[in-house]
Design a protein around this ligand. Structure first.
Ligand code: LLP
Length: 426
């Protein structure tokens, strides 16, 4: 996190709290969130996009405190399950500021969203329209967006490129499904169509894909205006804003994004004689990723016959599946003790029963790295714990928030008792 600074004895201080100190107090593996950094990132979005609506994508990471911070900083919330809906609602997040996503929304999800009166539901397929329309009531039409595939490929891995045809999300422009969905939604008295949505992908570091998407979306908006005589008040460009994981990595420049997106939207709309819709964005990773750091304890150091050194820690692919799933790259650094030893190249591996459980291949760590040492892995706030599993019946780590020199636990570690308590038959 931005607040991280080195202190004597190899300690690293985040939010005014030493990481070795929190590791000793709460145990490892542990996820530490810098509250001030999350809030600062929310504020940076509000400042860069003062006329837009910024909705935090809860799938990156959600807990009650996170919902509070996001709500207090004036952002909305993108949710995609009953779990996220209920957690946010229980935390007191205003449902009006929520938006529900999903390519396979269950009847329960739709009913709960309608009952809570969420601000918007994003229609992801033709079959969803009559289902949702039948559950909603014409007296109080549910506001909806239609999710469109702009045909722009962007994102760090094919698994997260959702703006193109040939994958499960959204409605295609060329095939005519997007226009058909708009016609069908407009015919439903219980649904109020407020705009179009697209989400290109995740970990996008350039602005160009968004500009290309704007062109496609605005062309479609003009076609809709010509056919139906309607103009929508909103255009949602989804999330995907990339952050640096390693020194020298590119990142999406928020000010540049804000300026060029605003300009392109204005010029594209002017070209078609459309009024400019209000912009919505749904960043997840860029709000919470850099605010988190994972702390692991080294359990074993093994020297392989081919000269490789394996530094095995007490977490791995189940609390952070990103390296195994996408080949995602991270840094690891020693915390809690200083070392004068020459750096050497090691593979930081996890404790799970797969050879692919490599957290940080080719990490540079002091040559005297040994069992008992603590390692910190920065930029750990997004899509790690939210995608964590309890593989090998190892409990998921807890989460601690740091702020102004104080640490408080937000989520406790999952225990073996949690597993045993789910055993209800044999
Ligand atoms: N909006 C929609 C509709 C989304 O599907 C997503 C992410 C977001 C917003 C937020 O995207 P972000 O700003 O966080 O990139 N597990 C993958 C990332 C999956 C993203 C899924 N959708 C990873 O760890 O790289």
């Amino acid at each position: 996190p931005a607040s991280a600074r080195s202190a004597p004895g190899g300690e690293v201080v985040v939010g005014g709290v030493g990481l070795a100190e929190v590791a000793d107090r709460f145990g490892t593996p542990l996820y530490v969130l810098d509250e001030a950094e999350v809030r600062a990132r929310c504020r940076a979005y509000r400042a860069a996009l003062p006329h837009a609506e910024v909705l935090y994508a809860a799938k990156a990471f959600l807990c009650s405190a996170m919902a509070d911070w996001v709500a207090e900083e004036g952002l909305g919330l993108d949710v995609c399950s009953v779990g996220e809906l209920r957690l946010a609602a229980a935390a007191g997040f205003p449902p009006q500021r929520m938006l529900l996503h999903g390519n396979a929304k269950s009847p329960e999800e739709l009913r709960l969203a309608l009952r809570l009166r969420v601000g918007r539901i994003v229609i992801d397929g033709l079959a969803e329209i009559p289902r949702l329309a039948a559950l909603a009531i014409a007296d109080e039409p549910q506001r909806v967006l239609v999710r469109v595939l702009p045909g722009v490929a962007a994102g760090h891995h094919t698994a997260v490129r959702t703006g193109v045809t040939g994958q499960k999300f959204g409605l295609s422009i060329e095939g005519g499904d997007a226009a058909e969905a708009v016609s069908r939604v407009l015919a439903q008295p219980s649904l109020a169509l407020v705009g179009l949505h697209c989400h290109l992908g995740s970990q996008i570091t350039g602005v160009e894909p968004y500009l290309a998407a704007i062109d496609r979306m605005v062309t479609l908006l003009a076609e809709i205006r010509d056919r139906h005589g309607v103009q929508f008040p909103e255009l949602d460009l989804g999330g995907g804003h990339g952050v640096p994981y390693l020194a020298g990595d590119p990142e999406l420049d928020l000010a540049d994004f804000a300026r060029r997106v605003r300009e392109r939207l204005a010029s594209a709309c002017a070209e078609h004689g459309l009024s400019v819709p209000r912009l919505l964005v749904e960043p997840g990773r860029a709000v919470v990723g850099p605010a988190g750091v994972a702390i692991y304890r080294v359990l074993a150091v093994k020297h392989g016959t081919d000269g490789r050194v394996f530094v095995a820690v007490d977490g791995g692919m189940s609390d952070n599946p990103r390296p195994a799933l996408y080949g995602a790259r991270y840094q690891a650094r020693l915390v809690g003790r200083s070392s004068q030893a020459e750096p050497c190249e090691v593979d930081v591996v996890g404790r799970y029963c797969e050879a692919g459980d490599v957290l940080v291949p080719g990490a540079q760590l002091p040559g005297d790295i040994r069992a008992g040492d603590l390692l910190a892995v920065p930029v750990a706030g997004a899509y790690q714990l939210s995608m964590a599993s309890s593989y090998n019946l190892v409990g998921r780590p807890g989460v601690v928030a740091v702020r102004d020199g104080r640490a408080r636990q937000l989520i406790r570690r999952e225990t073996v008792e949690d597993f045993l308590s789910r055993e209800v038959g044999r």
